[in-house]
Design a protein around this ligand. Sequence first.
Ligand code: GDP
Ligand code: MN
Length: 396
Amino acid sequence: MNIHEYQAKELFKEFGIPVPNGVLVETVEQARQLVGTSPLFKGDSKPAVWAVKAQIHAGGRGKAGGVKIAKTVEEIPGFVEQILGKILVTHQTGPEGRKVQKVWIEEGSRIAREYYLSAVVDRTSRRITLIASTEGGMEIEEVAHSHPEKILHISIDPAEGYSPYIGRRLFSFLGLPFQTQVQFVNLVRDLLSFFQQRDASMVEINPLVLTQDDKLIALDAKVGFDDNAVGRHPSIKGLRDLLEENELEIEASKYNLNYVKLDGNIACMVNGAGLAMATMDVIALAGGSPSNFLDVGGGASKETVEQAFRIILSDPHVKGIFVNIFGGIVRCERIAGGIIAAAQDVKITVPLVVRLQGTNAKEGREMLKNSGLAIQVAEELFEGAEKIVLAVKGGA
Ligand code: GDP
Ligand code: MN
């Protein structure tokens, strides 16, 4: 689960990681009001400049026009107006872009240098890895490609945890001024505490800036949480922004269906994540292209199958459906009953191929054949994939 920059900065603050002060607005009117009332914009100690920033779950906003620097208070509402409602297209949004629904206005920083600092779970070493670079503000993938020597990785031994020497190694690699050493070492410590205590999967500060008065500040904040751990943190669960997620994926999660939208045209409905992956591969092998990943879970009752049909058919690109179910805990004739009942309720307008294997598979297949519905039955995985690819290509 990903969250917005402004939410990540609030969490950073709780852990003592320095961030600029700011306010969130969802309308230009709100921006006008705040500019007249909030201490962030008034008085002798008001900042010299402000950053007006689009809030979307994607990086690269700066280059796409989603970050503006206001030099006067009066400029702010105009910038908010330019950004709100705009479709930002960045390297992380895909060509369709993302609509800006929220804008964050914060005190601007006088930047001396920009750095990169992040923590991620490295699946190969099965450890948290800290990544730092002197090339802040740039895409780290780009730096990794062109200047790998400018990146330092430090893998954290889970038994040892954080030690100040880790912070000091990163500090000397980055070549930060000596008077910022304590600040930096504490920042790395706090970043790791946040990562571990909140079950993050990724925390990225790009850029981490050194200001002209030698302060370190997280100017950007990108945070992702481990979906399987979000349940342990009710406050983080509440940070989910459904406007940023795919509608069909949200709908599927209501029924405990594991659905991921893809860009092909053959929908698949499978029980078990491993089998779902294998099914997608076999569809590709047979010359087709899957429109989704869908794991209906172990049960595959009439209700789950029905909801699954509804969800996959809401995607207008779907030209055929391949159901691949293994009857292990649940028997195939019950699944067949569920598919028949669901197919009767949901109007299926595209070819449907069902492959059943496992307990009572023969009985299940007989039921499907005798149902009077236009269901093609398959016994083997590749046979099923070939049948659906042929049906979709031939328009059969
Ligand atoms: P991203 O493009 O989505 O990664 O958005 P960032 O929050 O990283 O902002 C992009 C760039 O805008 C940063 O790398 C900075 O160079 C610049 N920027 C952001 N905030 C400020 C600020 O307060 N002052 C100045 N001078 N530049 C800023
Ligand atoms: Mn950034």
